[in-house]
Design a binder for this molecule. Structure first.
Ligand code: AMP
Length: 196
């Protein structure tokens, strides 16, 4: 049984935290494009140098660069039985690229977990994260810009997945444990088997 999952939600929706919990329970790796970019920036790799200014501004890294990274990562052995994508795809072109990549292997996504959080709540949470973590792309402008991109480019991809009947909508406001329980219940109901 495979678990090919995607978690989607605005910045500050808690998808990073919930994604790790889900991946652990299903015994699958988290594939987070944001984490991959941050690691490359931190290590000063050529990719990191190429994307630093873009991510700092809250803009999207070009689709071809991002797609190649995801294809490489999903080709590794530990992703053969499943994976949880976090932060990819983020627009219609990336959905198409992922469809083509997975389709080429006879695969498709099993479920898309959508964490619903109102814009004001997102901003409040990110402002708090900025205070604690000091991420270089958590400036007020970059946060607002990322939310705009989420609303204009990422939210519409949910419709595409809704049409395929694979979206699980979970209220992202509440206690972390309640939200995790809600995600598990919805995945269980779809017949996805947890490893632990
Ligand atoms: P995240 O941690 O998911 O918020 O990603 C941090 C930053 O990495 C984003 O603001 C983008 O600049 C870049 N990034 C992450 N994922 C993607 C993606 N799928 N397409 C383009 N840029 C991305």
């Amino acid at each position: 049984m495979t678990s090919r999952l995607l978690i989607v939600g605005p910045q500050g929706s808690g998808k990073g935290t919930q994604g790790v919990r889900v991946a652990e329970a299903y015994g699958i790796p988290v594939v987070s494009t944001g984490d991959i970019f941050r690691a490359n920036i931190k290590n000063g790799t050529p990719l990191g140098q190429k994307v630093k200014a873009i991510t700092d501004a809250g803009d999207l890294v070009p689709d071809d660069v991002t797609g190649e990274i995801v294809a490489d990562r999903l080709s590794q052995d530990d992703a053969a039985q499943g994976f949880l994508l976090d932060g990819y795809p983020r627009n219609a072109a990336q959905v198409e690229y992922l469809d083509a990549f997975l389709g080429g292997r006879g695969e498709s996504l099993d479920a898309v977990i959508l964490l619903d959080v109102p814009r004001e709540e997102s901003i409040a949470r990110i402002t708090e994260r900025a205070r604690i973590e000091g991420r270089s792309d958590d400036t007020e402008e970059a946060v607002a810009h990322r939310l705009d991109i989420y609303e204009s480019e990422t939210a519409p991809i949910i419709d595409t997945y809704e049409k395929r009947g694979i979206v699980i909508r979970v209220d992202g406001v509440g206690s972390l444990d309640d939200i995790t329980a809600g995600i598990f219940a919805a995945l269980d109901a779809r017949g996805l088997e947890r490893a632990v």
